[in-house]
Design a protein around this ligand. Sequence first.
Ligand code: ATP
Ligand code: MG
Ligand code: FE
Length: 346
Amino acid sequence: ALILGIESSCDETAVAVIDDTGATLESRIVAQRIASQDAEHRPYGGVVPEIAARAHVEVIAPMVAATLADAGLGLDDVDAIAATAGPGLIGGVMVGLVTGKALAMAANKPLLAINHLEGHALSPRLADPDLAYPYLLLLVSGGHCQILEVRGLGDYRRLATTIDDALGEAFDKTAKILGLGYPGGPAVERLSREGNPRAVPLPRPLVGSGEPHFSFAGLKSAVLRAYESGLYQPADLAASFQQAALDCIIDRTRIALEACGPVNALVVAGGVAANQSLRAALETLAGKSGLRLVAPPPRLCTDNAAMIGWAGAERFARGQVDPLDVAARPRWPLDADAQPVRGAGV
Ligand code: ATP
Ligand code: MG
Ligand code: FE
């Protein structure tokens, strides 16, 4: 099927056309565009919700038109329209969802209201359709840090979550401490290559605990104290932070692999999955567990509409379409209460 995907839950406006019959990744993503708002938010050091919502409004309709033109398709040619319905910044989510509803109504096409986290969770299957359920998913993004057993479409068992900050948030806060600007994750990764990961003694919160949960607030505070001590170079701080964070991730994921049922692969997704050191460390862990690691190409890890279109395609194939009065949801956990909510409610 041909699915138009729309994403606007944070600070990228993204539109894509997905063809789930494509034999290669290039042919499955018929067209995709991403407009990042990084420049608008940079002066504030983080995403400002009101600015984000306005910026989505300004670009979304022309982007739909341009993406369809890139694909050489008209709206009538697509089989369904998939839009992120949450979780995320509610103003932005509403812009994309209302756009999806309007297009669905105008062209008389089914609407698919997609959970942004399901988009991330299934993005590895867009990259590699041979990836069969069930798999163990490390979902590491700006707002989430979770380990989920992905048993099937819409069937997610959460094994672990963070008790404070998300991993991407920890990268972004470390970048802010080091004056690397916004968005911080890629900048911390770049600077880490020039530093010594053993130079700064930093804690590994929760490492060794029996439950695979995460905590990064203490690590961030330790980075701040080390920075303020004036004893360390920024590159050493970045490298030592990244090493400590990865040590936590690997230890926690190893515990989860012991706790979960049989799985076909270890999978990583979400914005931080773009980090090459994380991918390398997970590759080693997967090898030790006799599993393969599946990690989407970095451009499919950070927010995009191809993953939303793909999740829409999986739902469309099972006839799981949504009513036009489906609500936008600022919070929408993947593992519980997974059914769409109707009504205007936010
Ligand atoms: P969520 O998906 O939880 O709603 P989000 O959509 O804002 O949050 P993503 O776009 O999936 O998050 O990921 C963005 C996060 O990924 C940011 O915190 C960013 O710093 C981080 N990130 C991106 N690239 C890298 C990298 N190479 N290394 C580390 N972190 C990275
Ligand atoms: Mg972003
Ligand atoms: Fe995201």
